[in-house]
Structures are given as C-alpha cells and as structure tokens.
Design a protein around this ligand. Structure first.
Ligand code: DGL
Length: 195
C-alpha cells in the first residue's frame, strides 16, 4: 500500500455485537474526516460466557475480514476482547491495533472513597484485568467486580422497556451498595446504552 493510499484507508472497528457502536460514535466525533468500517458479530454474541479459544477464533475471523478491506488500523471496541491482549490478537497482521482503556486513572480520580464497582462480562471479570489495573495505581482501593451476564442479551435484543433490564441492574448493583462504592466503571461497550 502506498503512503497516500494508506492515509486514505478506512479504520476498522469491531465488537461482538452492537456495543462497539458506542465507541464508533466517539471515534466519528473525534475523527470526522476518517472513514470507518464497523463489524459486529451479532450472529454469535454474547462473547462474555464463551471460552478464550472460541473468542480468539471469532476475533481472528473479523480481523481477517477487515484486513481484506485494506484497513490501516483496527479499534477493538470490546473490553472482553481487549483483555486477551492486543499484541496477541494482532499477530503478524500489517495494520495497527488498539483496544479499550481500563479507565483506572479516570475512575480513581472520580471516586472520593476509593471504593469502586466494575460492571463487565463474566470473561472480563474473570480476567481480573480491571481490578489489577486499579490496584496497581491505588493498592488500598476497594474494588468490587460484578459480572453482568444478563445485560448484553437484553441490549442486543433491544429489551429496553420491560422489567427484566431494571431488575438485572438492581441485582448487579446490590454488592456495590453493600460495599458503599461511590463510583462505577462500565467496562463493557454495550453498557453505555443503558447508562
Ligand atoms: N461489548 C463487549 C465488551 O465490551 C462484549 C459483550 C459480549 O459479547 O459479551 O466486553
């Protein structure tokens, strides 16, 4: 790819489903002159309850699809995929690859009592990545990780008006209330839709 061709190439954005659209919205605002190609694996979402092996195969397929489209960069708009490690996802593909920030600085600045809840998929919570990042900066902080497996299927199914969504959020908030967390980080790109 020539220099000019590369400059004009699109940026790929991917997620297990519609969640990454919340990231795409910010990217389009920040980079209005760029072209984007979005891939959401809505046929196989959610990734949260799946095994690492399975998820690695799926993301490899999406990256190969975007490579064939000639992207210059891929944004992994998914926390579940990001915790796998962007370097290992990239392999020897030619484009650059960036993932989601864990938000540890932001959340520590926002919290007064340094008691912080983390809402994410089971996969992300089991990785311990967000808790570790917060504790690396503030070893005495109290982190309350909470897997929220009911949220992504409800969001993907556009079940916004029923009773299930508020009931699930209330259930997941209970341990945070018990710990008196004053700040919650939404570590799944689907969750801003129900913020
Ligand atoms: N949007 C996702 C994330 O940021 C993954 C949701 C899922 O497929 O479980 O983690």
């Amino acid at each position: 790819m020539g220099k000019l061709q590369k400059k004009n190439a699109p940026i790929g954005v991917l997620d297990s489903g519609v969640g990454g659209l919340s990231v795409l919205k910010c990217l389009k605002e920040a980079l209005p002159h760029e072209d984007f190609i979005y891939v959401g694996d809505t046929a196989r979402t959610p990734y949260g309850p799946r095994s690492e092996g399975e998820v690695r195969i799926f993301v490899g397929e999406m990256l190969d699809f975007l490579a064939a489209k000639g992207v210059k960069l891929v944004v992994i708009a998914c926390n579940t995929l990001t915790v796998l490690g962007t370097e290992t996802l990239k392999g020897n593909r030619e484009f650059g690859l960036v993932g989601m920030s864990k938000g540890e600085r932001l959340v520590l600045e926002a919290s007064r009592n340094k008691t912080i809840g983390v809402f994410a998929t089971e996969f992300t919570i089991n990785s311990g990545a967000h808790k570790a990042a917060i504790l690396a900066l503030a070893p005495t902080a109290c982190v309350v990780p909470q897997a929220c497996p009911k949220l992504v299927p409800l969001i993907e199914g556009e079940q916004f008006s029923g009773e299930e969504l508020p009931a699930a959020i209330s259930e997941y908030a209970l341990p945070l209330k018990a710990a008196e967390a004053d700040t919650l980080i939404l570590s799944c790109t689907h969750y801003p839709f129900v913020k």
